[in-house]
Design a protein around this ligand. Sequence first.
Ligand code: U2P
Length: 276
Amino acid sequence: MSLPSFSPQTLPWLLLLSLVVAMAAFVTSMEEMELELEGHKQREFDYFALALQWPGTYCQRTQHCCSSNACCRGSNAPTTFTIHGLWPDYNDGTWPSCCTKSNFDPKEISTLTDALEQYWPSLSCSKPSSCNGGKGSFWGHEWEKHGTCSSPVVRNEYDYFLTTLNVYFKYNVTKVLNDAGYVPSNSEKYPIGGIISAIENAFHASPQIVCSKGAVEELRLCFYKDFEPRDCAVGSDFKINMVTSKGSCPQYVSLPELASSGRDGLQSLVSDEAVL
Ligand code: U2P
């Protein structure tokens, strides 16, 4: 077999071509190495927790108003559980975070903004940290910290927010509690066991409830990777732990009504930048 012969004019072009091919191979192998490293750092999650916030409790912390804080919408402030985030979790009680370098891009979810403003609003003026150490929006924080770890179930940023909204609409905790007589009140206290039972009866799975000063602040519903409900804790003494453990819920809890805060209710309206 004879080797191809090249004219002196084509040699520089061949060299250039080989250089380009070698560079492309190098970049690809670096990217693969990076992905592999990321994969090794944090293994795939076990289940999802849909974390919901109770504005009646959360908004009691609002001292100042700003445009990003839904507690400040006056009569339009949310009166149902709102979304905190969809969290991929491990069965041992830990969770992966900041799994890829996919920065939050608000343009990718522009068609969902109205729904997100209503059902997934920030209830604070603070700007949470992003994975690269900067400060960003509430949605950006949730996508970068949790959404990027939801693969392979959730494929991208848009998918993360749309999936979360759909799960939230399908499992309407506020309605379940209202139907069972657990309505927002500043005077009533409800048995935590009754609240848990109402949710278990509706969704056939146990939630996790977080309280602040005896008031329900956060409620988490848990799901298998196909979004079928599952218990949030695997251990059988979970409920007992939950009601007795420090910082969590007492036997009787409140579900406070939303305080009249906001532009019409709060005394000072300061700019977003002033309250960090
Ligand atoms: O509970 C306090 C904060 O810890 C983070 N958290 C908690 C439970 C869990 O399963 N996953 C998880 O990330 C939450 O942090 P955030 O998303 O708000 O940064 C939660 O607020």
